[in-house]
Write a protein that binds this ligand. Structure first.
Ligand code: ATP
Ligand code: MG
Length: 487
């Protein structure tokens, strides 16, 4: 009993109280209308009901940095139950970290209750990772619990004040990423913070404070204790941040990429593989920045392709038939990857579709090309082929031929067809007895591995409607309205 009381008095390892700095619009520069209507409504509803409520975290940080936030989070002193009771469309989600999803029109707001600092009663795993985190506290305690100073900012749209407990605005203006508290301890509690440090410094072009940066290299292996599903979420955020190339560069500098995409380690050491992955990431970055649709399936298909190629090639060398060998190679690569990163089933489906269409581009005689262009995933698969050609792994001529074929009318298409080779005919006849998939999809010559540089020129493919799957990574909110254009 007394121990409990003492623990409460000398609370939770936070020795000095942090005086809050209240910052007005002349210094933070946020205009209330930059906050999404749904976030403003949510804050207002909570405040009207007598609770404290603020826009918090990444959105405030981004607005001060002049970036359009991708979503808005709200922090409040109302408990999850109290929050849920105030909104028609709201539900409590999460276990380790309970929050409420409030739906406002097309927007989903994450509303979290102020968290108390950790103490020794906090449930942790044997490496010190916090397992459960639902003890409510004050706003000051909540601020101390956040990861970086620039993320511990609270904005009240009604008064237009920013509440800053850890000099986050100053750090943002000085372009420095500083941890709240001792970085080593904070990484131990949650190793994902190492990834966040890399992602946020890349996104906002910040310098990591030496105390933030130094421990990462030695603590990197703690990432292995993080559940695969959470790592996957974090990787999606990183890869679709619009700064994936920079993030990956920094991940490698910090020695953090090893545990994440184990296959990427190997791939990045092969010249063609590295070129392919980098082209793909740069393409994704451009699309994200232009507000175009992106597809995790497409990106992961590119990240893992060279591993599939190597595995496939080895199987064919051992005498396995091309298509079964490709299927087996795909499964093996995806299974190995899944141990670290829980790629969702739906994305796995997208990845496989793109890979399986690749050998079919080799077949440019007979009816096969006509069937291939009609495939719903043709555009994504062609896009993939284009990157392969650009990286020098597939002939540029092949990608250009398909661009022209897709664009041509029927008569021109007929004229473009390559003559059937004797070998191809023989193979086809043999296969005609087998399954439909074999007959159609199995055009087995391995993609030509070319050693010379790709000609680099872009192909003449016309702007297409949606090339890639609809799936947007992670985000649920649609403020600003999700752009629908694509190239
Ligand atoms: P972005 O939305 O640009 O990806 P963010 O900082 O908003 O970046 P979120 O995952 O949306 O990232 O988290 C919202 C806020 O929650 C953060 O700004 C931070 O205050 C807090 N937060 C998120 N993850 C952690 C963590 N691992 N440890 C401590 N605080 C965290
Ligand atoms: Mg956020």
């Amino acid at each position: 009993m007394i121990r409990k009381l003492l623990r409460r008095v000398f609370k939770r390892g936070e020795p000095t109280p942090h005086p809050v700095e209240i910052i007005g619009p002349e210094r933070h520069g946020i205009r209330p209308e930059q906050v999404s209507p749904g976030a403003r409504r949510t804050v207002d509803t909570l405040q009207q009901a007598g609770f404290k409520a603020y826009v918090v975290g990444g959105a405030v940080r981004d607005l001060i940095a002049g970036i359009v936030p991708k979503d808005f989070d709200v922090a409040t002193d109302a408990t999850p139950e109290q929050v849920r009771a105030l909104f028609r469309r709201a539900r409590i989600i999460g276990r380790r970290f309970q929050i409420v999803h409030v739906l406002q029109g097309a927007e989903t707001l994450e509303v979290s209750t102020f968290r108390a600092a950790h103490d020794e009663s906090t449930l942790k795993d044997e490496h010190g990772r916090v397992l459960r985190d639902n003890v409510w506290g004050t706003m000051e305690e909540d601020a101390a619990r956040r990861d970086f100073t620039i993320n511990a900012l609270y904005y009240d749209p009604a008064t237009q004040q920013v509440f800053d407990y850890h000099h986050g605005v100053r750090d943002l203006q000085r372009k420095t990423l500083r941890m709240i508290g001792d970085p080593r301890a904070r990484y131990r509690e949650d190793p994902v913070r190492m990834l966040r440090a890399v992602r946020l410094s890349a996104k906002l072009d910040l310098r990591m404070d030496p105390t933030v940066q130094a421990p990462i290299r030695e603590m990197a292996e703690l990432i292995e204790n993080v559940p695969a599903a959470r790592l996957f979420d974090e990787m999606l955020k990183l890869l679709f941040s619009g700064h994936a190339v920079e993030c990956l560069k920094r991940l490698r500098e910090e020695g953090l990429h090893h545990g994440l995409l184990p296959l990427l380690d190997v791939i990045l050491e092969q010249p063609l593989g590295e070129r392919f992955v980098m082209l793909s990431l740069a393409d994704t970055d451009r699309r994200v920045r232009e507000g175009k649709r992106t597809s995790p399936g497409f990106l992961f298909a590119t990240l893992l392709w060279h591993e599939v190629l190597a595995n496939w090639e080895a199987r064919k060398q051992r005498g396995e038939h091309a298509m079964p060998a490709l299927h087996a190679a795909m499964d093996e690569v995806l299974d190995t990857q899944a141990e670290k990163l829980a790629i969702t089933r739906r994305i796995i489906g997208d990845i496989k579709e793109i890979w399986l269409l690749q050998p079919r581009f080799e077949k440019r005689a007979g009816r096969a090309p006509f069937r291939l262009v009609e495939q719903p995933r043709f555009r994504a698969a062609w896009d993939f082929l284009r990157l392969r050609a650009e990286s020098g792994e597939a002939p540029q001529e092949l990608a250009d031929w398909w661009a022209a074929f897709a664009d041509a009318d029927n008569a021109s298409r007929e004229a473009m067809l390559k003559p059937e080779t004797a070998g191809a005919k023989k193979r086809r006849r043999r296969r005609a007895k087998k399954t439909v998939e074999d007959a159609e999809g199995a055009v087995p010559p391995a993609p030509t591995l070319r050693s010379e540089e790709a000609p680099g020129g872009t192909s003449s493919f016309p702007p297409a409607p949606t090339l890639r799957s609809e799936e947007a990574p992670g985000g649920t909110s649609s403020f600003p309205p999700a752009p629908t254009s694509s190239d």
